[in-house]
Write a protein that binds this ligand. Structure first.
Ligand code: SF4
Ligand code: F3S
Ligand code: FES
Length: 250
């Protein structure tokens, strides 16, 4: 069983582009990435799309379907009625290299700015021990496939290129939180996460959590606890006094 589906696909590059209409055969059980591949095979051999696993695990095929940030390989065609026009556009928060392929360099820059895991100086590799509860807490964040859909949807940068310098985005604020919760990490990112990575710009709208294909509770389990940690350090009078006595400079 198949039908002729109506698709509108963005074509262009960093200089500009437009939506183009196509009719493509749709077969039962297919996902949007199958349609994009059929379009490449039958009508537009130069259509650019990034993908690797077709299993929701590599995080490459992120795009927007009818304006919703989604993985193309995990978006079933059965979500749409047969007469509906399905619009496929590149992620809006990033510039475009070509067609559906975005330039996600911003995310790699932000990743490099987060202080890496800092092991305790008095333990050698092999001597690290953690409670199972601590393993489980960070395990949720380690499910991240770096699809950057959360980055794409967050209103702080989605239409505000000017905020990118000051805001790391939910994926990397979550990374900082994961390391801060790590019992063996000797680094301290609490001030940096507020002053350099823009945690204060997040007003917990939870849009990032809503689009995460790994169902990570980014806002509740990473961003809000991190905000509490910052507030505890800066506004708890006992902690404030301790910081003064020990000459913490921020
Ligand atoms: Fe993608 Fe979720 Fe990781 Fe964000 S946190 S990059 S939405 S997997
Ligand atoms: Fe953005 Fe998520 Fe905060 S969408 S505003 S980072 S809760
Ligand atoms: Fe790997 Fe879609 S192709 S997540």
């Amino acid at each position: 069983m198949s039908y002729k589906g109506h698709f509108r696909v963005w074509r262009g590059d960093s200089e500009g582009g437009s939506l183009e209409d196509f009719e493509v055969e749709v077969y039962e059980g297919e996902v949007v990435l199958d349609i994009i591949h059929r379009l490449q095979a039958t009508q537009t051999p130069d259509l650019a799309v990034r993908w690797n696993c077709k299993a929701g695990k590599c995080g490459s095929c992120s795009a927007e379907v009818n304006g919703q940030p989604r993985l193309l390989c995990m978006t079933r065609m059965s979500l749409f009625s047969e007469d509906e026009v399905v619009t496929v556009t590149p992620m809006r928060a990033f510039s475009v290299i070509k067609d559906l392929v975005p330039d996600v360099e911003y995310n790699y820059q932000k990743a490099r700015e987060i202080t890496a895991f800092t092991p305790p100086a008095d333990l050698a590799p092999g001597e690290y021990r953690m409670q199972q509860a601590d393993v489980e807490r960070s395990q949720e964040f380690r499910k991240c496939i770096e699809c950057f859909l959360c980055q794409d949807t967050c209103h702080v940068i989605r239409d505000h290129e000017e905020n990118k310098a000051a805001f790391a985005g939910p994926r990397f604020l979550m990374r900082a939180a994961e390391l801060e919760m790590h019992p063996l990490d000797a680094g301290d990112r609490t001030d940096a996460v507020q002053d350099e990575h823009g945690l204060g710009m997040c007003n917990i709208t939870k849009c990032c959590t809503d689009v995460c294909p790994e169902n990570i509770k980014i806002t509740d389990n990473a961003l809000i606890p991190m905000k509490e940690r910052v507030a505890g350090r800066r506004y708890d009078p006992i902690v404030w006094l301790g910081n003064k006595l020990f000459k913490r400079d921020r």
